[in-house]
Design a protein around this ligand. Structure first.
Ligand SMILES: Nc1ncnc2c1ncn2[C@@H]1O[C@H](COP(=O)(O)OP(=O)(O)O)[C@@H](O)[C@H]1O
Ligand SMILES: [Mg+2]
Length: 332
């Protein structure tokens, strides 16, 4: 784990980049200057494209691949070799993000909502440095860093099923990253205690992971992430596997944590209610555009009531965006 990655830029390695080094340096300086002037967002996802390639086999089961050529003529052998190699070369690509551009301000709580498969996790993985875009860049506080695909403790991801270490207790799990970062024992304990208390688990600091409920595990994951003092907390559907009551409770707790710590949070969900209850700003991602379709600034104080007329109106508008997506998908 790279603890010292205070800045990060994930840049593409296109051939034009290599050829035009000088003009690129100038562009980069220009870009940095623009970023600084523009109140330097803590995170800027800049014009990110991403597609996945799949290897296809044309073999649909009607004919099997021949590997023993002894019994066929040389012409047939050539044809068979060609067909086998063509079969292994067939690839198709699936575009997921088409020039996504997104700026996140310091201390903002941003939620990203979109139908399943629209690219939310892909976007978050790229921000976390767990995946690499085909082109585009990621700037942290407007600062350029050429390290490709560098995961950073400055952008910590919390997943739906956060992988805690089952052989360690709560305290040791929360301290783990700090231990790797060679933080001294007393300081480690101090930091872990603070965040374990913040997520309401002080009484369970000696408990092992298997003794905890799903909600408690996600609390440990939050405490573990906060202990590393990330600049941006990335959350990928972290409460999706929990029951409704636990989820409601964790929503309130997360809002409290955001208020206390002032952390910048980027939270992904397919649940519109969750997005509008939590976010200062809700970004709607479209699986048709493969880009941001709309965003909503929500200046309603928390705790929020999803049944309130203002929130209901926003929910209706987001649903309309979702429906638009489905209509276009049906017509395709
Ligand atoms: N590693 C991968 N390889 C190939 N396809 C992928 C990979 N990850 C995601 N995809 C595809 O990209 C699309 C977007 O996936 P994802 O970002 O997980 O969507 P979401 O989180 O919005 O549900 C989906 O069609 C998915 O199948
Ligand atoms: Mg996902």
């Amino acid at each position: 784990m790279c603890i010292d990655a205070s800045v990060a830029l994930i840049e593409t390695s296109s051939s034009t980049n290599k050829i035009n080094n000088n003009s690129n340096d100038q562009e980069r300086r220009e870009q940095q200057r623009e970023e600084t002037l523009d109140l330097t967002p803590v995170l800027h996802v800049k014009d990110v494209y991403k597609s996945f390639s799949y290897k296809n086999s044309k073999n649909n089961g009607s004919s099997s691949k021949i590997t023993n050529y002894d019994h066929i003529s040389s012409e047939q052998q050539q044809q068979q070799l060609l067909s086998n190699s063509t079969r292994s070369l067939m690839t198709s690509s699936h575009e997921v993000l088409n020039g996504v551009d997104l700026k996140i301000r310091e201390g903002e709580f941003v939620t990203i909502v979109g139908p399943s498969g629209c690219g939310k996790s892909t976007l978050l993985n790229i921000i976390a440095g767990l995946d690499k875009p085909d082109s585009g860049s990621l700037l942290i506080r407007g600062t350029v860093n050429n390290t490709n695909n560098s995961s950073s403790t400055k952008r910590i991801m919390i997943f739906q099923e956060s992988a805690l270490f089952p052989w360690l207790n709560v305290q040791e799990n929360v301290e783990f990253g700090l231990r790797i970062a060679k933080v001294r024992k007393e300081r480690r304990r101090q930091i872990a205690d603070k965040y374990i208390e913040m997520v309401g688990l002080s009484k369970f600091s000696e408990s092992l992971v298997y003794q905890l409920s799903g909600g408690m595990k996600q609390r440990v994951a939050i405490a573990r992430a906060l202990a590393l003092e990330p600049e941006v907390l990335l959350m990928d559907e972290p409460f999706a596997a929990l029951d409704v009551q636990t989820r409601d409770l964790l929503h309130d707790e997360l809002v409290g944590i955001h208020k206390t710590t002032g952390k910048t949070i980027l939270f992904v969900t397919h649940n519109i209610n969750e997005a509008i209850l939590l976010g200062d700003r809700v970004i709607v991602l479209s699986s048709v555009l493969k880009d941001i379709k709309k965003e909503f600034q929500i200046d309603i104080p928390r705790p929020r009531d999803p049944e309130s007329p203002e929130l209901y109106e926003i929910k209706k508008q987001i649903l309309r965006e979702f429906e638009g997506d489905l209509q276009i998908a049906k017509r395709k």
